[in-house]
Ligand binder design. Sequence first.
Ligand code: SF4
Ligand code: SF4
Length: 441
Amino acid sequence: MQTNFSLAQLADPHVAESERILRKCVHCGFCTATCPTYVTLGNELDSPRGRIYLIKDMLENGRPADKEIVTHIDRCLSCLACMTTCPSGVNYMHLVDHARAHIQETYRRPLIDRLTRAMLAVVLPYPSRFRAALRLAGLGRPFVGLFEKLPALKPVAAMLKLAPASIPPASPMASPGTHAGQGAKRGRVAILTGCAQSVLDPAINETTISLLTRLGVEVVVPEGEGCCGALVHHMGREAAALASARQNVDAWIRAIDQGGLDAIIITASGCGTTIKDYGFMLRLDPAYAEKAARVSSLAKDITEYLAVLDLPEPVRKPGTIVAYHSACSMQHGQKITRQPKELLAKAGFVVREPREGHLCCGSAGTYNILQPEISAKLRDRKVKNIEATGAEIVATGNIGCITQIASAAKLPVVHTIKLLDWAYGGPKPEGVSDAKLVAAE
Ligand code: SF4
Ligand code: SF4
């Protein structure tokens, strides 16, 4: 694509990076067919190619964002299916991240939208605040029907519908410290405690630590870790996202200095995509660029790490039919497609893949709160495809997808690690049938 930026504009490294990305796009439109919002809404401006044109026009003319571009960029899930499809290697992720930051700087949203976004940004990344908010959600639940009738309050209704009826207690294993591996030491890793996942399902990291330590891996929960920054990053709040990234880089570099790390384990693929991008996000900060790149190179999804650990034979063979839902951040963001399925199959599960596996379930960070109607359409489409597999359970590697799919599916939805842990001797995950269970030889 031809671009017409001035030399003065290109002196801004963010603009220069976007210009490099724009020039790679050849307008072929292959990406439209796999874009969930284009498939759902049928509008070219809600396709990757349409959004790329809108972003180009805004940046090239140095214009503040307007209502039209905000509408179509807000509808983008950042699912990155377009990046998987694109034959020209267009880095849509970095382009849309830049557009979102530009929108945040130059566009004044309606009051209720500003308040909703500000509330999400100051609550979700902090486990104690998020836990308190979920407790309060019980008081608002009787008013969901009323909020749904008022367009401006639909995000509030969506939030209340997604809030679980009960919240598990905080996990002591999330506190800073070291969990020693059993037997011969096979490695030393840090684990991201995270934010929303540690409140909604602390058992995911507990299970991960339990399995890794049983396999001989020492697991460190470093002092000073926090939210990865993805939630605010996707809202265009760059300063907050970079502050989170720097805080985590500091925590992990300290852990490296105190005994080395083979990997930084992440159990939510949405966070993994962002942490693997820290090197890019902090490239312009001389004090952090190198450290951030080092952290990004160590970041591993738990399935990526287990896949190269040479696992023993499972202690039981569940035989359960599992529909594996690959989160967008897993398959498109991190290009991890084989490992979770292969690990499940090796552990004795029968793995089925739903049709249209490339399409997002509509969770996408805060998307299911901020765009509840499109999100619900995508969720229902996803659940229909999952249920058509005839599976007994759904496995996935991202807490956002777990919450989203479970809000409409009849079958249990669990994190992949819980099924693997069960096969390798851990407790049976809640809601899973053991009717086909056989002891391994
Ligand atoms: S990130 Fe997803 S929703 Fe956004 S343009 Fe690409 S395919 Fe479409
Ligand atoms: S597939 Fe790639 S090159 Fe083709 S229009 Fe989409 S972004 Fe541009």
